[in-house]
Design a protein around this ligand. Structure first.
Ligand code: NAD
Length: 273
């Protein structure tokens, strides 16, 4: 469970350190150094997070071999609108100080651009600048559109996903199509009471684990990669320490029943950025 396998055979570490809203270069650098030191091998950044340089420097200085790290970055919406996909990946690679990323994602489904953008993403993949390509914040109808013309199936769809917004339909759709689902905001993005939910707390107590570990484990057990974010060493360790217990079927079902389709982030069908 430490790694899942993408449709193209590439292994993807299933617990990821995410660096959204870590704009301060020193904090981002220290956070990634710590994350790599405590065992993370998958980093999720994006051009728009403004910390690719700090992430790249932390990787270089960490002493961990580049090939042992799975690095994700994302194509921002303006670069989709302008069609400058190749320029965008080149800029990201130069900031990250690497010749390739392991995964390059289309960050949001910008209306009217998917087919053209995906053709250019396929070129990025062909040229080896990304070992895998995928999308983020795609609903089923966006994926349907894209798959109609795609030659390369997106390896990943990274979506908002936590217990009050379990996205069961998209997760199932992705699984059926060979697209690996990834959960952003898996702890409720600091805006939810999910970690103090009674059911979660009871299950955590039963397994002698923390609520954060239970909510992350639940996604892993349904085949969803999780991207928790913390800048603190103790929480980074806690969020990674989820491979040594197993939620029972009954736990899984009780957690599934918490869903209330409660989205916290932007709506992929109606966003203004
Ligand atoms: P998250 O669910 O990871 O929540 C982060 C919050 O949880 C922070 O406030 C943190 O202090 C707290 N936290 C972390 N570990 C904890 C623990 N063990 N116990 C209690 N609280 C804990 O949400 P997020 O930061 O929004 O998302 C995580 C990552 O997902 C981002 O860093 C980014 O990489 C990715 N992301 C992607 C998109 C996208 O559009 N693709 C959007 C948002 C985030």
């Amino acid at each position: 469970m430490k790694e899942f396998t993408l449709d193209n055979g590439i292994k993807i570490p299933s617990v990821v350190v995410g660096v959204f809203r870590v704009e301060d270069a020193k904090i981002a650098y220290d956070m990634i150094r710590t994350a790599l030191a405590v065992g993370y091998r998958h980093i999720d950044t994006a051009m728009i997070y403004g910390n690719e340089e700090a992430v790249g420097k932390a990787i270089k200085d960490s002493g961990v071999d580049r090939k042992d790290i799975f690095l994700t970055t994302k194509l921002w919406n303006d670069d989709q609108r302008s069609g400058k996909v190749n320029e965008a990946i080149e800029t990201s690679l130069s900031k990250l100080g690497t010749e390739y990323v392991d995964l390059y994602l289309v960050h949001w489904p910008v209306k009217g651009t998917y087919a053209d953008v995906w053709k250019k993403m396929e070129k990025v993949y062909e040229n080896g600048k990304a070992k895998a390509i995928g999308v983020s914040n795609y609903n089923i109808h966006h994926l349907d559109d894209l798959l109609e013309k795609a030659e390369v199936i997106p390896a990943v769809n990274q979506i908002e996903c936590y217990q009050y917004f379990s996205q069961e339909n998209i997760v199932k759709y992705c699984r059926d199509k060979g697209i690996c689902p990834e959960a952003w905001g898996p702890l409720g993005a600091g805006q939810s009471d999910i970690l103090s939910n009674q059911v979660i707390m009871e299950i955590a107590e039963k397994h002698s684990k923390t609520p954060a570990q239970v909510v992350l484990r639940w996604n892993l057990q349904r085949g969803v990669v999780v991207i928790p974010k913390s800048v603190h060493e103790n929480r980074l360790k806690e969020n990674l320490d989820i491979y040594n217990f197993r939620l029972e079927d009954d736990d899984m079902q009780r957690i599934c029943s918490l869903n209330k389709d409660l989205r916290l982030g932007a709506d992929p069908d109606n966003f203004n950025f």
